[in-house]
Ligand binder design. Sequence first.
Ligand code: ZN
Ligand code: ZN
Length: 418
Amino acid sequence: MKCSRNSRLLRRPRPKQDESLVGYIIRLTENNYCPNINWILRMSGLKRRGIHANVFSPNTDDLSRLSLLSETEENILWSMAFPLVYPSDNPAFNTVKVFSNIVSTYALNKNFIQLCPICLQVEPYYRRIWDLSCLTACPIHQCLLINRCPQCHQPIIWSRPSILKCKCQYDWRDFRPQPVGFEQVTLSAYMYKLCQIRGDFSGISQNLSDSNPVGKLSLSQLITLLESLTKFFKIPIIRRGLLSYTASFYSSTVTSDRYYDRVFILLTDWPNNLLMFIKDYEFYLKKYYHSQYILHPTEVDMLDFFREILTCLTLNNYPFFTKVIEDYFWDSLRRMSLKNVQISFFKNSQFYSICGSLRKGKSFFEKLINKFDLKGLTLSRLLTDSKINIYDETIFFKMSYWSCLRFSSTDELLQSIQ
Ligand SMILES: [Zn+2]
Ligand SMILES: [Zn+2]
């Protein structure tokens, strides 16, 4: 059968509620025996798709012709896309609307797509939630999503000829994914809840405890937090720590090569899992580096650990998270039998060196900020911009003149903006 030359396609299946727009266009392509997806895109007056195929721009993409071709209302087509919200000159800073939340495009997979073979067996269409990079498993079928073809091992890309088949003709519905334990689908089940996608989750809890502050985050806040933390876990030794710590939570040996589900474990049973993970890392450093575990010339020592994790969180505000890290930091200094903290800095070209008791570590630091009007000085700044030394039961932070200058000029800049 040939494609229709009239204004409507010969076959016009209705879109599914949670289908992605580009997945639907592939389905229209297949149903109408069109040679490839570009054929329908051309007929619809739509440009070729980029790496984020389901991102459509309300300024440049007009879906009215596709609406006529498919006999589907334009607003329904838009609800299936991820509309571009703030286009930027740098595509890395683009934001898109995803399940009513504004997120950066980094929240979406690029270059490949992922799918659940069993969901495709149940109903052959592409679920748009699969485009979220934080999603690693299908909570309905308790299996990992696949992003490579099990036969040819090539990444599954959005511009595939069929919703169900790879270029190598393998039908993904034939693949039997190994089941994983409920621990590994906790994050995915929770994401389905935040995206308001219903399904039978076979008794997997979609809730976090009432007292867990993570449960109060919106979808975009949770995605940003997970993305910030995965940057921290890119550090090889820290990642090894995460793998070893979370292994005890998994009942199955099947594992995802991405780490979102593992990072999410640290956010459950708040803050106990996170604290246990930090303690484990501290224990590991102590075992190998003894007294140098806090400040080691080559390894990611404990001070590096705090610096890196706080830096990853700097751009986004998660007070409940930074509080746990900061409290642990001051506690760990006390546990080292240190008694004092001395912070040296420049303010208005004058040099100050202030000493305080570590017993009051955090409150001393906060008082110092208020007294000298050091707005913007955070613990991560102190750790990043200081030369650190430990002797005579005292930890010294010496902030360089240049970092303080940068610090005050940022302040002035902020004040001039406000
Ligand atoms: Zn599934
Ligand atoms: Zn293949």
